[in-house]
Design a protein around this ligand. Sequence first.
Ligand SMILES: [Cu+2]
Length: 461
Amino acid sequence: MNQRRHFFRAAGATLLGAAGVSRAGAALLPEAAVSTSAATQPPPPPANGRPFQPLVTLNGWSLPWRMKDGVKEFHLVAEPVVREIAPGMKANLWGYNGSSPGPTIEAVEGDRVRIFVTNNLPEVTSVHWHGILLPSGMDGVTGLTQPPIGVGKTFMYEFVLQRPGTHMYHPHADEMVQMAMGMMGLFIIHPKDPRQHRVDRDFGFILNAYDIEPGSATPRVNTMLDFNLWTWNSRAFPGIDPFVARTGDRVRIRVGNLTMANHPIHMHGPHFEVTGTDGGWVPKSARWPEVTTDVAVGQMRAFEFDALAGDWAIHCHKSHHTMNAMGHGVPTMIGVDHRDVVEKITGLIPDYMVMGDRGMHDMAEMEMPLPDNTLPMMTGQGPFGPVGMGGMFSVVKVRDHVKRGDYTDPGPYQHPAGTLASEYTAELEAPARAAAPEADAQTLQVRKPGAHEGHAGHSGH
Ligand SMILES: [Cu+2]
């Protein structure tokens, strides 16, 4: 695991931040840890404070804290970052402490937290603690509950965590720009009693989206709906890590949505139950089985399942959200034979390719010249060929012999004998209807309502 955490920031940044907290003084600011890696970095169990089982942030990390007189102190630094969206593409985003999304903040019900926020962006910001019960003046809404955090300044937020749950943080200052640039993070409040809501593996990520012109690296911040990169924690498949679990594990996945669209998150394999929302935990009697849960804009959903061995796709069910950078203004070519015009077009455009006339699966294998820093539309290699997916797609990988605390990719699933779909190669007898189209039409006619046979079954007539 490529772990690059620096627990001491460059002196310049620290001093810049400290300038705004004159009453605390530079020496009193907690260190602001930094990670620029997009690897999943499962945090160690807490070294101090109340015990809890840490969250595994997908392609992310958790922010270290320090205990000061019984208060958990964190230091967030809002700043420009470079984020690898997937191998082959990097984006110029804004985030916190070196990454977008920012590090996950984890604390425990009953904890008093003090969060220093230093603004190293080129414009003002603030932090809203999405869904957390706190005094109104700590809610982080610029103009309404606080003045903006000026460039180079540091603000201090302090509150007691009253209820366990799944939450987020994000700016409430120039939100359209700052969230389009990737400023967001998870905030997990673990239960005071670690036996409550206990699972074996606890994953979390935020749904986000970017509009980055192929060949460029900075998101277009004015885009409202037509984004071209649909991401989980600012990563697109095949850059999203798998959810690794052991057969029989109780697994929780927590999802927050800070995009401009709903995302029906669908998981293959085991059925799950939605166990948590923005408002807290769903009572056991009110849960129902699901295979898809729609996460609306601004919502959080936590769902749980008992892991079954296999490689199970997990993805947004809006099919355009499992694609990378693509234009939507292209005509549908299915059924159009334009081979005869290709020769003429090639005279004008040498790289012209016939595509889409038999569907678009071929795009998964196609080697087209792409601008630098651009992801193919659908990609990812599986044991049986190209997966043909991009965007909001990953795999829940469950194996019998995964060690507790091990999240490394176990590779492709070895399917037990007799459980794998395969080509049917025995002699095929031509079906009768394919041989005789007229007979087919007649069959349809007899079944039409109105024909005498059609009425036979209707006792009400
Ligand atoms: Cu979606």
